[in-house]
Design a protein around this ligand. Structure first.
Ligand code: NAD
Length: 486
């Protein structure tokens, strides 16, 4: 055990966390973290180099054998302590998330609770033994299957859920007995570094978790993926970057899990409970101001109820207050950076240029910060980019449909396959449509699917593998088969 002295409550952690110590970058480089509500610099963080990446893998390698050899109970109790500590720091962590990501404080509090839950769930899972011993069909021998930690893991996370995307990877990896190097997104490194303090205080031995912010992410991650000691890559981010990393991982045939982009359809049938559908739409669209891979991106509504659904959704969206996330009067914070706000603006302008109409919102408010107004678009032309690209902002484009087959066809008309939402009171239809939808997850009369106990992940170009639940731990284990002469 190292000296567990890092304390986020005393201030921000802004150095690299390698081998249980806070260290500056090897070349002394640092980069700025900006508050999206104001554009002001809030901190400068050590900018990890390739040399630091090698040092982080060295530390993970040094700790690997002893961590893999700890008892499941010890790993479970360490994770449980991390849960307790994180929960105790919930409010300061939520504020930190809002400070660097921009999301409304209520969303940040929700994220902290969700993120901490991964520590608790995997503390409980760590002691559930796996493996099997069976007689071979011919009867001459036994087939023993044991599951072993896959080895050193490189974890790469996005900025939209800086705490939850980190714990969704770290918790199962540690439960499985792996050691890790986490590279957080450059917009939100402070939350990941706050996680270092939590894990350190929970008694995670030096080197088991290393956290390496790095603006030169391509070079740093590539160096680790070409290090023969690294055996696993778990990436959450855009499909575009995921493809690049899959190619890199191929060189050493590294076990790769990919949680990539989404383009979630939200289907409302005429028999749906419209109050519930609007409520679900608000959650599926507006959680995190739409900056979620699970965000409803396209609303397909059966023609007889489309007008009413659109009116009610516009009323709810229009009543939200937009402003700095740290001010609790606002339910919608800024988007993460200028580029994101400009991209949402461009998609909305293009859709309107194609004939869509904004019944509420439609533009960037005239204020400092990276804001976009909650927006409902109707009469969206099929083929508009807003229906095929991830919006990642508070914009709901509505399209009508006439038949169930058409709804399923429209929903599946995308290269993504992360999550779909279906609202209907007809159970048979709900299950039939859920099975026909090409996505890894379906919210059936529910606008929120994320749950630490459930297998989260996508099909098609939304990813490979599952995070959360029992499946999430299997991603960090490898089966070894021992043929036993008996
Ligand atoms: P991104 O792909 O730009 O970045 C993700 C991470 O990869 C960051 O840490 C970034 O620094 C790093 N990165 C970027 N380029 C890299 C490179 N060439 N080599 C190595 N690392 C590199 O994504 P983002 O903008 O941070 O996050 C938004 C995206 O993440 C959206 O597409 C969203 O749908 C997706 N996402 C998916 C899930 C999921 O579970 N499926 C969850 C959250 C976010």
């Amino acid at each position: 055990m190292g000296e567990h002295t890092l304390d986020v409550t005393d201030g921000l952690v802004t150095d690299l966390y390698v081998g249980g110590k806070l260290v500056p970058a090897s070349d002394g480089g640092r980069f700025d973290v900006v508050d999206p509500a104001t554009g002001d610099v809030v901190a400068s963080v050590a900018d990890g180099t390739v040399q630091d990446a090698v040092a982080a893998v060295d530390a993970a390698a040094e700790a690997a054998a002893s961590w893999a050899a700890t008892s499941p109970r010890e790993r479970a109790e360490t994770l449980r302590r991390a849960f307790e500590i994180m929960t105790g720091r919930a409010e300061s962590l939520a504020r930190l998330i809002t400070l660097e990501n921009g999301k409304a404080l209520a969303d940040a509090r929700g994220e902290v609770a969700y993120a901490a839950e991964f520590f608790r769930w995997y503390s409980e899972e760590a002691v559930r033994g796996t493996g099997s011993l069976v007689t071979a069909p011919g009867g001459a021998n036994k087939i023993l299957v044991v599951q072993q930690p896959v080895g050193i893991c490189v974890l790469v996370t996005p900025w939209n859920f800086p705490a939850a995307m980190a714990t969704r990877k770290i918790a199962p990896a540690l439960a499985a007995g792996c050691t890790v190097v986490l590279k957080p997104a450059s917009d939100t490194p402070l939350t990941a570094l706050a996680m270092a303090a939590i894990l350190d205080d929970a008694g995670v031995p030096p080197g088991v978790v290393n956290i390496l912010p790095a603006r030169r992410s391509g070079a740093v991650v590539s160096a680790m993926l070409h290090d023969p000691r690294v055996r696993k890559l778990s990436f959450t981010g855009s499909t575009e970057v995921g493809r690049v990393l899959l190619r890199e991982a191929a060189d050493q045939v590294i076990n790769s899990s990919m949680e990539l982009g989404g383009n979630a359809p939200f289907l409302v049938f005429a028999d749906a409970d419209l109050d519930a559908a609007v409520e679900g739409a608000m959650v599926a669209k507006m959680r995190n101001a739409g900056e979620a891979c699970t965000a409803a991106n396209r609303f397909y509504v059966e023609a007889p109820v489309a007008g009413e659904f659109g009116r009610r959704l516009a009323e709810r969206m229009g009543s939200l207050s937009v402003g700095p996330g740290l001010d609790e009067n606002h339910q919608v914070g800024p988007l993460v950076n200028e580029e994101s706000a400009a991209k949402v603006d461009e998609l909305v302008r293009a859709a309107v240029g194609d004939g869509a109409r904004a019944v509420v919102g439609g533009s960037r408010p005239d204020r400092v910060g990276f804001y976009f107004e909650p927006t409902v678009l109707v009469d969206v032309r099929p083929g508009s980019a807003i229906l095929s690209e991830e919006i990642f902002g508070p914009v709901a484009p509505i399209v009508t449909f006439e038949t169930e087959d058409e709804a399923v066809r429209l929903a599946n008309d995308t290269e993504f396959g992360l999550v779909s939402y279906v609202y209907t009171t007809d159970l048979a239809r709900g299950l039939r449509v859920s099975e026909a939808l090409e996505s890894g997850m379906v919210g059936l009369n529910r606008g929120l699917v994320s749950d630490p106990a459930a297998p989260f992940g996508g099909t098609k170009q939304s990813g490979i593998g599952r995070e959360g639940g029992h499946d999430g731990m299997l991603d960090y284990l490898e089966s070894k088969y021992i043929a036993v002469q008996w």
